[in-house]
Design a protein around this ligand. Structure first.
Ligand SMILES: [Zn+2]
Length: 377
């Protein structure tokens, strides 16, 4: 298979491979699907293949071009991602500041070393107009090579109107041998004028087993830890790698998630202030993970209360099995499955920017109500 560094994604790979072999590659592609499943990795691999000197069925991995592309140092590849304003020395031309250039080098080095690593600037919000201007200059420089130049705009939802319009001009009159690849979670995240010029390629979430496998390749020896991370990362390998590299943070988030459940069932369930402070300090990704931890805890409780000890191989929180047993024993008539379902409401509210204190009070009330079948007072 030509794009053999891409994990799973048989449909997307088939489409890309037939585009390349049939010489029907469009000027602009939109790779869309859940985060952390290989959209940017696929853009890199496609660029590698198209620039390979060997012209085989896929990138050879050996030639000078393949090696440079793998470390993201190839002159025919431009990786654009949301930046904080301070990363630019000149907002108009898009020239990077020294600290911006240093952080970018570090991000690209990590991404080159691991195709599924997180490529994200700290405190980044938007893809800035200066970046697009600089990209347009790069795309229009005369090339002596017949190979195409590929620009990746990762997180195209971060393109605001001004930058989007500048990019649109590039798509209306694309330079020869130039391909633009956008990534987004859904097509609706992309400005409609850009979307109509892109050929969409859909990506799917990865399976737990491939994530488990990939974590093992990255040195996570403990089977239970891998299983837990694979489950909690919801098919997002980038997130799983990220959390695996920070076991202490992971442990804190686990403790926080389980504490929230226990507190919801304690004396003052609607009084969540101590957790609220910790919560406010979390990134969006970490908040999602805490909710996954709570859902998994309640799901474990449902399995343990229904199947007893035979459910052990299917549980996620095996590292806290004693606490889980006690939890189940203390709530003999609880509907844990329904309680787990209630977490969805919290997720829904968080995505819609409902104020954290309100999310928390509702979450506590819902957990209390479904577990005790009565209202908290
Ligand atoms: Zn090659």
């Amino acid at each position: 298979m030509p794009l053999n560094r891409i994990l799973e994604q048989p449909r997307a790979r088939r489409i890309l491979e037939s585009m390349v072999t049939g010489e029907r590659l469009p000027h602009a592609l939109l790779f869309w699907g859940p985060p952390g499943v290989g959209k940017s990795a696929s853009a890199i691999e496609l660029a590698r293949w198209l620039n390979c000197h060997q012209e085989l069925e896929g990138p050879c991995g050996q030639c000078e071009s393949c090696v440079k592309m793998a470390t993201l140092e190839h002159p025919h590849f431009s990786y654009q991602m949301p930046l904080p304003r301070k990363a630019l020395a000149d907002a108009d031309t898009g020239e990077l500041s020294q600290s911006g250039a240093e952080e970018l080098t570090e991000i690209l080095r990590a991404k080159g070393a691991d195709l599924y690593a997180n490529a994200k600037f700290t405190a980044a919000q938007f893809i800035l107009i200066g970046q697009i201007r600089s990209l347009i200059r790069w795309a229009n420089v005369k090339s002596f090579s017949q190979k195409p130049r590929i620009a990746l705009i990762d997180h195209a939802d971060a393109l605001k109107e001004e930058a989007g319009n500048a990019l649109l001009k590039l798509l209306e009159e694309p330079p020869p041998e130039f391909i633009l690849i956008l990534t987004a979670e859904t097509p609706e995240d992309v400005l409609p004028t850009l979307l109509s010029r892109c050929q969409p390629v859909e990506f799917d979430r990865l399976s737990d087993s491939i994530i488990d496998n990939e974590l093992e390749k990255r040195g996570i020896q403990d089977v239970d830890t891998r299983k837990r991370l694979a489950h909690l990362s919801s098919g997002n390998l980038t997130r799983a790698i990220d959390f695996a590299s920070k076991p202490e943070t992971m442990e804190e988030l686990m403790a926080l998630g389980i504490d929230i459940v226990r507190h919801s069932l304690g004396k003052n369930p609607l009084q969540l202030n101590p957790h609220l402070e910790s919560w406010n300090a979390l990134t969006a990704d970490q908040r999602t993970l805490v909710l996954e931890i709570i859902t998994a805890w309640l799901r474990d409780a449902a399995l343990l209360s229904a199947w007893g000890e035979t459910s052990l191989p299917r549980l996620i929180h095996t590292d806290r099995i004693e606490l889980l047993r006690k939890f189940v024993t203390n709530c003999p008539r609880a509907d844990f499955t329904e309680a787990a379902r209630q977490i969805e409401t919290a997720r829904f509210n968080i995505e819609r920017n409902v104020l954290p204190p309100l999310v928390f009070t509702n979450l506590a009330r819902n957990i209390y109500r479904t577990i005790y079948a009565t209202e908290p007072v």
